[in-house]
Design a binder for this molecule. Structure first.
Ligand SMILES: Cc1ncc(COP(=O)(O)O)c(/C=N/[C@@H](Cc2ccccc2)C(=O)O)c1O
Length: 456
């Protein structure tokens, strides 16, 4: 098979430091067995997140030099607006400081306390803002999404029967909107098909329900449609992305992923009344609509990032790198979520540490042990991330107990993944020795960011 190479070369490097196992064990204990609390200087290969950790291009850095820092009416805003209209297709575009800024505004402007929000699986910050705005999230994703070994090509799909049942149960008027994450981060970066998005849109609009797209990694989703969905093989990612967005009424974006920037977000919509609501609220939380919590230079970098993100060769090389890493592990018999996702490889901690019950946080321990053995930092995506049910106070007990190894865009080479995969295979041989954890500090919101643990 013809090999492929990245459509770019590297001009600037950041030297990496390796550490001793002894130092890493000490660091991990001091960080309360939570990889979020490690010092980045103590991390060798950082696969915690693809958020804000991506490499910018020479053109992005150059555009930053001409960022217009005018407080109101910045030239850089109008350029960002033009580029977003071209590629996402929404009429109204507002920048925010990052995805959560957009989620805060959108939730507050569209949810009446007591309403329900349907969606595919959930995302931590998205659901948090929906709850803060008084909504209750209801998962209507297909069952396959909750099965780590199911190889359904579009595990992010909405189950239309579940959605319709919810509408009949609650009444359309009590559903603020349906939120579609594409791909679904928590399911393992699993995409939504064009056919499903179209059907969801038709069903929602039949009942006067808005469709809100979380377009944070939508370009990856478009790539999977091109590669996996009948009839899209010869369509450009740029066009597929544009069509996909056209089935939604509004979108929130964390630009820190697809758009290759270190900070930035977007909230976009087509309805003038919703736009007016968003535009009036943005000045309370983010600043003037023409900067939305960002510097002019950030908006320039975002616009250029979007132009680069939709290029077929750029997105193909991104997803192929994730698949390269995933296949190394899959071929070695390491349990990972299938199919391999768009932004990372997800270890199935339930299988990896099958002797540790979910109440002793196996994914939390696996992420910590991986760091200690290899200096590679991953993120827990299991019971700790799932948090507590706001009504019962009990933990959610998600079927998926995962460790996410997230690949930053244009940062590491295949050799880094060879090294990371080798370490994981070594760990797998000695997995029975691992012991569980107990949580000793639990923050009120989004506990996984700062919770602390001790070994049992
Ligand atoms: C699908 C989707 N929608 C919205 C946002 C919010 O965007 P922002 O506010 O971060 O810019 C994110 C952020 N995802 C990051 C950072 C993160 C966030 C919460 C828990 C763990 C990690 C990650 O997955 O690493 C996302 O993935």
């Amino acid at each position: 098979k013809k090999p492929w190479a990245e459509p770019y070369r590297i001009k600037v490097v950041e030297p990496l430091k390796t550490t001793t196992r002894e130092h890493r064990l000490k660091s991990m204990k001091e960080a309360g067995w939570n990889t979020f609390l490690l010092h980045a200087d103590d991390v060798y290969i950082d696969l915690l997140t693809d958020s804000g950790t991506n490499a910018m291009s020479d053109m992005q850095w150059s555009r930053m030099m001409i960022g217009d820092e005018a407080y109101a009416g910045s030239r850089s805003y109008y350029y960002l607006e033009e580029v977003c209209r071209k590629y996402y297709g929404y009429k109204y575009i507002l920048p925010t400081h990052q995805g959560r800024g957009a989620e805060n505004l959108l939730s507050k402007c569209t949810i009446t306390p007591g309403q329900f929000v349907a969606g595919n699986m959930y995302f931590t910050t998205t659901r948090q803002h929906q709850e803060i705005a008084g909504g209750t999230f209801v998962d209507v994703i297909i069952d396959e999404a909750h099965k780590s070994q199911s190889d359904h090509p579009f595990k992010g799909n909405i189950d239309l029967d579940k959605f319709e049942k919810l509408i009949n149960e609650k009444g359309a008027g009590n559903i603020a909107y349906i939120t579609v994450g594409a791909p679904v981060n928590m399911a393992g970066g699993q995409p939504v098909s064009m056919a499903n998005m179209k059907a969801v849109s038709e069903l929602a609009h039949k009942h006067g329900i808005k469709v809100v797209l979380d377009a944070t990694r939508n370009i990856e989703n478009a790539y999977f449609i091109q590669q996996r969905e009948e009839g899209y093989k010869n369509r450009a990612v740029e066009d597929i992305n544009h069509e996909f967005c056209s089935y939604s009424d509004a979108a929130t974006v964390s630009a820190k992923k697809d758009l290759y920037v270190n900070i930035g977000g977007l909230v976009m919509c087509n309805d003038p009344d919703l736009f007016d609501e968003l535009r009036s609220l943005i000045v309370v939380y983010e600043g003037m609509p023409t900067y939305g919590g960002l510097a002019g230079r950030d908006m320039e970098a975002m616009a250029q990032g979007l132009i680069e993100a939709v290029q077929d060769d750029m997105i193909a090389s991104r997803v192929r790198q994730v698949e390269y890493f995933g296949n190394l592990l899959k071929d070695a018999g390491i349990p990972i979520v299938l199919p391999i996702g768009g932004h990372g490889v997800f270890l199935d901690a339930r299988k990896f540490y099958s002797h540790i019950p979910q109440s002793q946080f196996p994914a939390q321990k696996l992420a910590a042990d991986l760091y200690i053995e290899s200096g590679v930092r991953g993120m827990e995506r299991g019971i700790v991330s799932a948090g507590r049910n706001k009504d019962t106070g009990d933990h959610y007990y998600p079927a998926l107990e995962l460790v996410r190894l997230t690949i930053p865009r244009r940062v590491y080479t295949q050799a880094h993944f060879d090294v990371a995969a080798w370490s994981i295979m070594e760990m797998y041989k000695n997995r029975e020795k691992a012991r569980g954890l107990k949580m000793v500090y639990e923050p009120k919101y989004l506990r996984f960011f700062q919770a602390r643990f001790e070994e049992l």
